[in-house]
Write a protein that binds this ligand. Sequence first.
Ligand code: PLP
Length: 379
Amino acid sequence: MGRHFLQIPGPTNVPDRVLRAIAQPTIDHRGPEFARLALDLQERLKGVFRTSGPVVVYPSSGTGAWEAALVNTLSPGDKVVAFETGHFSGLWCAMAARLGLVVDVVPGDWRHGADPDALAERLTPDVAAVMVVHNETSTGVRSRVPEIRAALDRAGHPALLLVDTISSLASMDYRHDEWSVDVTVGCSQKGLMLPPGIGFNAVSDKALAHRGGLPRSYWDWEPVIAANRQGFFPYTPPTNLLYGLREALVMLEEEGLEAVFARHDRHAEATRRAVRSWGLDVLCADEREHSSSLTAVLMPDGHDADALRRLILERYDLSLGTGLGRLAGRVFRIGHLGHFNDLMLAGTLSGVEMGLAAAGVPIKEGGTRAALAYLENGR
Ligand code: PLP
């Protein structure tokens, strides 16, 4: 009984307002009512990406939007520089290699973000693009995109900057235009509080002018952007998800993006205080790079994070994120993004604290109390 706690770092809880919007009857996607919806969405999406340029919408997961970013901008054999920040950066690199790109990976320890200092020496003249995952969902580490931009500018290098904001969009400060990002990759099921099923590319003028030569058809920006001018798509769009998207964007506008970011920052800080009070370690090792949408927690040696997650799911109906790739069994991840408030965090942390005790993990009591004290005294 009671509501399930879905505190994985995406898909996130979908607000009832958004669910109700999705439940409207499907309409003719070639009719005037749909055109009004699509034109309205185009404007509202610019706000969340902080761009004045086009945002291409795909019926896809984030992985599809990754592929779109690569095939629209790059040509076979192009060299790209990418940073190993965790599981998802690795998947994006593997995709780039499969598409025939030459990927120069800056190695990382999965506890730090992309290193702006390491970029300069990699920026040979043949580099066509730099790929960065803004918020590495597998580790809870935020890469400092403005510093990556500054390193490119210092070198006077024309490489395109491609950024994955799949778990930071509409949760953490992000500015497509101001940071001169060329393609921002996003999707629906995290900060946008929607079910999975929509992928996004926000596209700069430079990226539009660049146009690589990798084979593409479904993912080609051009027919989408052309059809979008009249409020249509070159294929059947996910009409009901787009109703939900409009409602979610209205909710974000009502709260205000700055307030949305502040809410996420505050919940992330409260979560870290709980983790440290328990005597456990946050995986992110750099104070400047904490994610505000999730926290990855390291288990003490000899304790299995997945056994803990199973126990917490069975006893408290609370879903936490699993350790991915090389972090399997070693970390669990607390998602605190999207449609989320103080009491939901209190419930989540209580579930984690009770679960840790029940699993026999040696912790100090009172982590949840430390988080609550921060929330009480905070903004
Ligand atoms: N990039 C990041 C940072 C992610 O967190 C994810 C999924 O969680 C992806 C890419 C892949 O997105 P999807 O699973 O929607 O294809």
